[in-house]
Design a protein around this ligand. Sequence first.
Ligand SMILES: C[S@@+](CC[C@H](N)C(=O)[O-])C[C@H]1O[C@@H](n2cnc3c(N)ncnc32)[C@H](O)[C@@H]1O
Length: 833
Amino acid sequence: MFGSRESEAEGGGTSYKDDPPNQLYISYHEVHLLEVVQRIQQLLEQSKVRCEGREILALDKGLNNPISRSRPLTEFHQLIGELAKRETGLCGKNREAALDLKQKGNQCYSTRDYSQALRCYSQALRVAPIDADDMGKNLVATLYLNRASLFHKMDLPMESLRDCSRALQVSPSYPKAWYRRGKVNATLGNYEDAVNDLTVARNMEPSLGGKKQIESELDILGQHHDRKSAKPVHYNQKSVGIPDSTNHLSDVPHQIKLHCVTTPDKGRGMASQFDIPQASLIHTEEPYAVVILKHCRETHCHYCLNELPADTIPCISCSMPLYCSQHCQVRAGGQIHFNYSNKVDICEKMSSSIEEYIADKTVGSNFDPKLECIPEHKHECQGVHWPAILPSDVVLAGRVVVKSIEQKEQFIEVPNFLETLGLCESYSKMPPESKLELNIYSIVLLFCLQHSYSSELSINGVSTSRIVILLSQIRVNSMAIVRMKSSDVYDQQDWFRKFSSGEAETALTSSVEQVRVGQALYITASLFNHSCRPNIHAYFISRSLVIRATEFVAGGCPLELSYGPQVGQWDCKDRLRFLDEQYFFRCWCHGCSEVNASDLVINGFCCVNPNCSGVVLDKLVANCEKQKPKIPETIGVESHLQVHELNDIDIKKAAHISLDETRSSLRIDSEYCLKCGSYCNLASMSEAVKKAWINLRRLQDSITLKDMHGTELSDALRSVGILRSILHAYNKGIGEAEDNLAQAFCFTGDLQPARDHCKASIEILEKLYGPDHIVIGYELVKLSSIQLWLGDCAAVDSINRLSLIFSRYYGPDAGIIFPYLGFLRRKSCHIVH
Ligand SMILES: C[S@@+](CC[C@H](N)C(=O)[O-])C[C@H]1O[C@@H](n2cnc3c(N)ncnc32)[C@H](O)[C@@H]1O
């Protein structure tokens, strides 16, 4: 029996290279839903139905009244049926599909196509019903065991051990799983557990031959154990992924008391009565509701949102979510089945200590009564596919609806979210198309919830408009949960490998990037207003929100974070447009209401007068800057045109716009130098800039395609020269171009010019963002990596500096958020000695 492991099935393998089976259908349905929503929109627009109060009711009646159903509404009902009916759902379990995938996995295993085999087993686990039979054995248990054998083969013993334990939790009387567990424990040096596992396997094994084989393995293990001083590796289910945020955060002293204040132009906001030192932790919060973003469904845990390990585990009842651990699987709380057999079938009498061992190893965290469940996925977990197809914010709204209904224990009425959540709404400020869209989605969501959560849930004008309001609250109050992009730069082993094999370009050019992985509603944190020059910074550990002050904040001053755009990132007009389109407000932060150097130079041109360091603005930027002084009195309008009043100390030394201090006011006219007043013809200058960017884009493309020629680099160098002669010295475009050149020189292995261009890029960013901004920290990662590679002692300063910046933004969590930091620090020690 042990000679013919199931996962090493004989026979030629047709490799399984398709996408996961239901993904294609899901995309198809997404498009279909969008089309129907668009058709309904058209219909409503044609018949001049507006989406305010009464008309919503009319739409709702139309949906419920079969006589008045027009073609799109029939189609609408058909669509709801497709989305919400369990029988037609694509996200259910499917034994046949699981068996088929298992078979393909076995074929790939036998042809040593291990990555494909892993894909097949994991997908099979996703669709296998928990109680499905596979030739007298539990299918899920056999799949976990096959995957465990594969991991063992792939030299991933921890993953293998976890899968063995999962197989045993589903099927405790599975001698092969005990056997595999014993072998893996032996690999890990856990000899005591290995002996126990093999002892259980021997006692459960019905065949004499099998028993003999295990006995001989036990003998070998005994001899080995005597010779080796074992350093056991302890297996902890919860240690998968990054630390559990809730435990982590509960250790943090939380002293800063915040209070909600009312501001004249931004509504409610947050402040502290007392001074807050830099880097202080000011707020932590668990989300009210969270949803994973679609593009991360296959790569991140649907509960904690951390990156998935190789041994992913699916929801027990549906095929949609993937989790990093049982801990997350249970906390997300799908429809958990307990009806599968976990009866222990032992052939021989065993000692009480071995019986205890079996009991201990076969009770998973599924059965931990202390583990708090957040059943946020339960109402979506019946194979229905609306949660996979509706937009993420609509699915998030569904989670909020169910949670608030459950909290009220009143299962018919949709609550009034303005009262229950207390968050500001944006419906009244939305353009008509967005309003219409929200109305349609709220009806779709209500029908879906009625099908898969509570058939009693009423669908009427009141419930529809309450969900419309909820959706509008989500639009302006939800936060994107982000993670550092796990690119080459974070993978220490990979970096070492590249370092030693001389693959400089791949190890060095990775930039630090944040990716959005989820969307969540944090009720208290929603009270923080936005500033394009924020004084606090939000980050996430697992799904918990952490907010720190990035600078000293005097008591009573508003605590404001950035909703996205910041000074230094975009110019003021672009920030204002973004905030208006996404959040429906005109920003009145300092950055948008006071002239600042960064906004003037970020897209500025240089003066035609070679002796002048002033800046020239185009019409759009100039118009926007001219608006700045026109701010409500509450912000202190009187000083805004006074150059000497500009409290930004960087304005003179950083921007070199050298605003004329002798003048009492700053005159902003497009195409005229702000310093000397010379006229510049921007039309011809813009043309030259466009042409220069053609070469720089070509260089970017060739870096991406890893196919660069000498002419591209020399053309790009020439183009940067042209940009420098036309644009202001601190124009962000020059910074980007310098960064491209740094990447290109890393690619060609010319690290000295790479370092110089990287420094040139950082110099510009420092002027735009300020020297201690987190963006500078990210850029210093790149610079210090190049310096380390060159053996340049300046790396030590760069690493010290970036460490300071990171601790200012992430406090003691810097190492968790950015594991590469520890690696850089260790490397910098080597360079000193
Ligand atoms: C997440 S809420 C913040 C709390 C909100 N002020 C309240 O009263 O509930 C976002 C809304 O606050 C207002 N807001 C936030 N930052 C602002 C700013 N810098 N300027 C103007 N309004 C702002 C906008 O109305 C925005 O839609």
